[in-house]
Design a protein around this ligand. Structure first.
Ligand code: FAD
Length: 326
């Protein structure tokens, strides 16, 4: 069975890996010159099923739990299983109660416990929620790591190939993210803006979410004293540059978390379009030659492994059924 995967974002690369690992013959076409130039490049890399459960349904929470083990199995050196800390500015502490009422698998922390977990935040927040089972990874390193693994498995890549021919492939798996947003696809775009800061003055061991009445703000520690600060949630398919308002809100959030962020270098600002279905649940569609995995919304890193494994299992089983019938 020869399979073409279109799109080398996190969805396409995880699908390619799940298939290649089962010995299927996989080729990946990518519109751009490198793997992962789309929304996957902008992500925070949080693997936070229980926090996401605040607004996401059980399907996302359950699939998300599996993804932590999946990433740990595939790229063990990249996954940090240090949990997630959730705090709120003094004026918004009722937001913590609201968040707690809508989630599970957390512990309430007092000021001293927060300081023990994250010494940099000592004395800054009186209460917080700790989700010990959650994890995070550096998304760009994860994309690069998957790409390397796929090459080792003999997967062929076709870059700068937006219209790669489909002849000769028994299955074509469309993982083209926002490119698939068009009338009739059922997809819409949710723009997410983010920035990267660098400072040697703060050390965090885990993503910290700062509850905010309008959208969830978070700071994710990455390598080399780099911090990803995200992310806006704007119903729009327009990528464009980050707006001044969003930049102010993200910087304010970082500053509210720790004033030393005020002295940080701004390394990068960017925006990505999260493709989403009406129910915001990532899904695979199609049973014939053409299959799509899309609508990854806020959950690309969290849910792509589960969808990839489901697809691979289904393809292997249908292949065996076909062979048995012949
Ligand atoms: C600011 C921000 C923060 C986020 N944080 C997180 C997070 O912490 N955790 C999490 O789980 N998720 C997060 N997400 C969501 C996650 O990034 C997305 O759900 C995910 O990246 C979508 O991946 P994808 O592979 O489906 O799409 P993309 O990454 O957009 O990949 C699609 C690929 O298809 C290629 N392509 C397009 N058309 C064609 C064609 N015709 N032929 C071949 N290739 C084509 C594109 O060039 C691109 O490389 C975040 C998103 C944003 C914007």
């Amino acid at each position: 069975m020869r399979i073409l995967i279109k799109g080398a974002g996190v969805t396409g690369l995880t699908a390619a890996y799940a298939l290649a690992r089962r010995g299927l013959q996989v080729e990946v076409s990518e519109r751009c010159a490198l793997p992962g130039p789309g929304a996957s490049h902008c992500a925070g890399g949080m693997l936070a099923p229980w926090c996401e459960g605040e607004t996401a349904p059980d399907r996302v929470v359950e699939a998300g739990k599996l993804s932590i083990d999946w990433w740990t199995d595939v790229l063990p050196h990249l996954v940090r299983r240090n949990g997630t800390l959730v705090v709120a500015p003094a004026r918004d502490t009722q937001e913590l109660e609201r968040f707690a009422n809508r989630t599970s698998h957390f512990k309430w922390l007092g000021e001293d416990e927060i300081a023990r977990l994250e010494p940099a935040l000592s004395g800054r927040f009186r209460r917080g929620l700790f989700f010990p089972g959650e994890a995070h990874l550096d998304p760009r390193s994860a994309l690069a790591g998957l790409y390397e693994k796929l090459l080792e498995h003999g997967v062929t890549f076709h870059f700068n190939a937006p219209e790669h021919p489909e002849a000769g492939f028994s299955k074509v798996v469309d993982c083209t993210g926002k490119t698939a947003i068009r009338s009739g696809s059922g997809l819409r775009g949710v723009r997410g803006e983010m920035l990267h800061l660098r400072t040697p003055d703060i050390r965090l061991s885990r993503p910290v979410r700062l509850l905010h009445p309008r959208f969830p703000l978070y700071v994710v520690p990455q390598s080399n004293r780099r911090f990803m600060v995200g992310a806006t949630m704007i119903e729009s398919e327009n990528e464009g540059a980050i707006s001044a308002r969003s930049l102010m809100e993200l910087l304010n959030a970082a500053y509210a978390l720790h004033p030393a962020f005020g002295e940080a270098e701004v390394l990068e600002t960017a925006s990505g379009i999260r493709p989403a279905y009406a129910d915001n649940i990532p899904a695979a569609h199609g049973t014939g030659k053409h299959i799509s995995i899309n609508g990854m919304y806020r959950h690309g890193y969290l849910m792509a492994p589960a969808l990839a494994e489901e697809l691979a299992e289904w393809l292997v089983q249908s292949h065996h059924a076909l062979e048995a019938a012949q």
